[in-house]
Design a protein around this ligand. Structure first.
Ligand SMILES: Nc1ncnc2c1ncn2[C@@H]1O[C@H](COP(=O)(O)OP(=O)(O)OP(=O)(O)O)[C@@H](O)[C@H]1O
Length: 310
């Protein structure tokens, strides 16, 4: 089966001369939930806008469900729903009319049962006759999602779905994403929130300064995330890890002054109590003990700052 999205060699230089994307390649499988992480200005919105056919790439091609988003724009767009960051117009229309109209835009026949389901799923049914301009920010955000789902897209883009939203909407959003996942909808979300990627994504991509610098299964990243370090500071440096401590995953750092144990927090045994007992038996003194953890955030910040140094 062909991928849901194929991005090949996509670059974007705006009229201002600023290059927002440098030759991005990315494949997204059907039914996958893909989180695109990156700092402000990294190029996330530009990439999404190109895939959705709103912005033209300077070079490269994008296929959505096999349709070229520039040459075969109409067919590609029918497959795609986009939840943008902001509601661009404060409409006098009602919620129901707005969402129904969105469906019509994509040439889909009317389906009141589907519109009702979408509005109910998003707790908007009671507000169906309200004018958009009278709604709270959170409710407007729900309308954006309803509009994107009105034409039953196979691929849904969520651009910063939970930036600045309250906890209830955030939870509803996660439930909604899980419901769509169960139906086989492909979901691509951009986010600043690492925990959001951890909660929802199958795969994570990190974009920095217009370059996709990492694409990885979340499980692999979480395995890295699960690593912890216990740092034992010794009163005097040693030249090698003592042979009697060979059964633990130990390394020497800080010129032999620190003995570092790396362990997996998810493992049944961290090895800490037995190591400390053995060191006591061997009369190896310790003057300080510290725990550090590598998180997805660390991995992300590390990658992005490496990019900054380059
Ligand atoms: N229409 C435009 N004309 C010129 N430059 C633009 C335009 N749109 C975006 N840019 C620039 O391109 C870069 C990438 O912007 P983009 O909005 O894609 O980043 P982002 O990762 O989505 O950031 P954020 O998280 O802040 O939304 C930024 O430096 C931005 O200023």
């Amino acid at each position: 089966m062909s991928p849901a999205i194929t991005v090949s060699g996509v670059s974007k230089t705006y009229k201002s001369g600023h290059t927002a994307l440098h030759s991005v390649d990315l494949e997204i499988a059907r039914g996958e939930i893909f989180a695109l992480l990156g700092p402000n200005g990294a190029g996330k919105t530009t990439l999404i806008s190109i895939i959705c056919g709103i912005v033209n790439p300077t070079t490269g091609t994008v296929l959505a469900d096999g349709h070229d988003v520039v040459r075969d724009a109409k067919a590609a767009r029918r497959k795609i729903g986009l939840v943008p960051q902001e509601l661009s117009t404060d409409s006098f229309e009602t919620v129901y009319a707005t969402v129904r109209f969105s469906r019509g835009l994509f040439g889909r026949p009317p389906n009141p049962a589907h519109i009702e389901k979408v509005l109910r799923d998003l707790s908007l049914w009671d507000k169906r006759d309200s004018k958009i301009m009278t709604l709270s920010g959170g409710m407007k955000r729900r309308v954006l999602i309803a509009k994107a789902l009105a034409h039953e897209p196979d691929i849904l883009f969520l651009d910063e779905p939970t930036a600045g939203v309250d906890v209830t909407l955030r939870r509803d959003m996660w439930d909604l994403v899980n419901g769509l996942r169960a139906k086989g909808v492909t979901i691509i979300l951009t986010t600043h929130y690492i925990e959001e990627a951890e909660e929802m994504a199958d795969r994570v991509g990190v974009i920095d300064k217009g370059r996709l610098i990492l694409v990885e299964d979340k499980a692999v990243l979480m395995a890295k995330l699960g690593k912890r370090r216990m740092v034992l500071t010794l009163p005097a440096p040693i030249t090698a890890v003592p042979a009697a401590l060979g059964e633990w995953d130990l390394t020497l750092e800080d010129g032999g002054r620190q003995l570092v144990l790396t362990f997996d927090t998810k493992a049944d045994h961290t090895g800490i109590p037995s190591l400390l007992r053995r060191m006591g038996d061997l009369n190896i003194p310790i003057i300080d003990m510290d725990m550090t953890r590598s998180t997805l955030e660390d991995i992300f910040v590390g990658l992005v700052s490496q990019g900054a140094a380059a």
